[in-house]
Design a protein around this ligand. Sequence first.
Ligand code: ADP
Ligand code: MG
Length: 510
Amino acid sequence: MDIEKTVDIKYEDANLDERIIRAVSELGYEVMTPIQKEAVPVMLNGSDLIGQAQTGTGKTAAFGIPIVQKTDPSSEKTQALILCPTRELAIQGAEEIRKYARYYSGIRVLPIYGGQDINKQIRSLRGNAQIVVGTPGRVMDHLRRHTIKLDALKVMVLDEADEMLDMGFRDDIVSILSDIPGEHQTALFSATMPKPILQITKDFLKEDAVFVKIPSKELTIPLVRQYYYEIPKGMKTDAVSRLLDYYNPARTLIFTNTKRMADELTEELTGRGYFADTLHGDLTQQQRDHVMLGFRSGGTEILIATDVAARGIDVDDVEAVINYDIPEDIEYYVHRIGRTGRAGKKGRAHTLVVGREIYKIRDIEKYCHTRIELRRIPAYEDVKASKADSILDQVIGIASGEDLSDMIPIIENRMYDCEITSLDLAAAFLKKAMGNTGSGAADEDFITYGSVDRKTRKKAYSEKHKKDAHAFSGFNKKKIRSRDLNLDGSVKTGKKKDKNKNRSRYKKGK
Ligand code: ADP
Ligand code: MG
């Protein structure tokens, strides 16, 4: 095994100010996360730092705590500037750092971001914040207006540097870094280290900067159950509909690789009656706020986002993440599925795979030391049953918990007038409540006719159906192809007849 058993470092043993130890212990922090363990001592002794670590590893404290400790409350000048990619991250970051500083008097932390009235921010800045957390564009604005001055800056942090570059902030960042007049410490954090980032570290960090890399295997989130589905081209939206209908998650985040796809999918899903909305980089701050409010409050059940746009999202109870497009960068996969299974809750991550993309699943598994399980898109009958179950659960809850005395006479009168049984009436209610179940696709449409990676599929099948010796041996010996299999993996008998039967049943159900 190559996993070294490293020693945990407790916050109380980390040479920190007693006020900080008190504050973090109230937050429930006991031992340092790996990035904190590495970065805090470096930040405290004043060296420059390059930290490579993913989302959710505790970076805010890794730089925020040393910043608080180094801040001089008796000076009102800006002593630390933290740049981050989105408004949400600026607000969250400032709130976190404020918590670390709560037992200091006189330390002020201010978030600065686009979309908020700049004059209001200028007034706040006159109150002199020693620690400023902001998005690069807005910080640039303030520097131009001289409402932020960097002459007393001690610490400069670039948080989520790769995302900031992806969002087009490179010039702003370079300009800000070039503007710092005095001797200072610089720390750069990034999940990935592409060339443009390395260039920035070369240009702006000292030569003896310490490089810290937290391996990604410490990152996979065990509470997230991960599935993938091999589906034919052109069936992705139908597959998503089936998954949504079957699992009926309260909050779902769907990832696409492009803004255009995000817009198209939103249109398609809302057209099918889902409460879906888009979040992508082209939205104004106001539009973004509006979309996020809808998602937090539950009015929007499905949020469709690109990777960049999703960075600022901090919603705790996302039940499902669906990768409509398989992520282009493996590390994005970790970011994406990290959006569910938060705060100790269980989550599911579904990834749609078309054709050769199956190799990317293998890469992700290898890279993240995780297992992604092959699943079939739920059959139409399963979706129907699951939907009926959830409706009936709700109705039974109402029947046992609420006063129905004003409803009962209405039903009784109708039953009497129309000579309908209560069973028929209830069934009709159920049918109406179920609405238009199904995506318009037939079950067999989801089966891939892949020439692709048959070995993998076969292996997956054999693992999945170890107990079902009959189906497995049939699969092996008779060279039955995937089109001859039912969605549950059993072998079709009397192919044609079965197929037609399914079709007609589906039509009738509509
Ligand atoms: P990142 O910036 O790397 O994405 P955050 O700084 O936002 O990560 O931290 C992720 C979560 O982990 C936050 O909810 C934070 O409060 C929590 N956290 C950070 N450090 C610790 C710690 N040492 N012990 C327990 N929880 C922590
Ligand atoms: Mg962060």
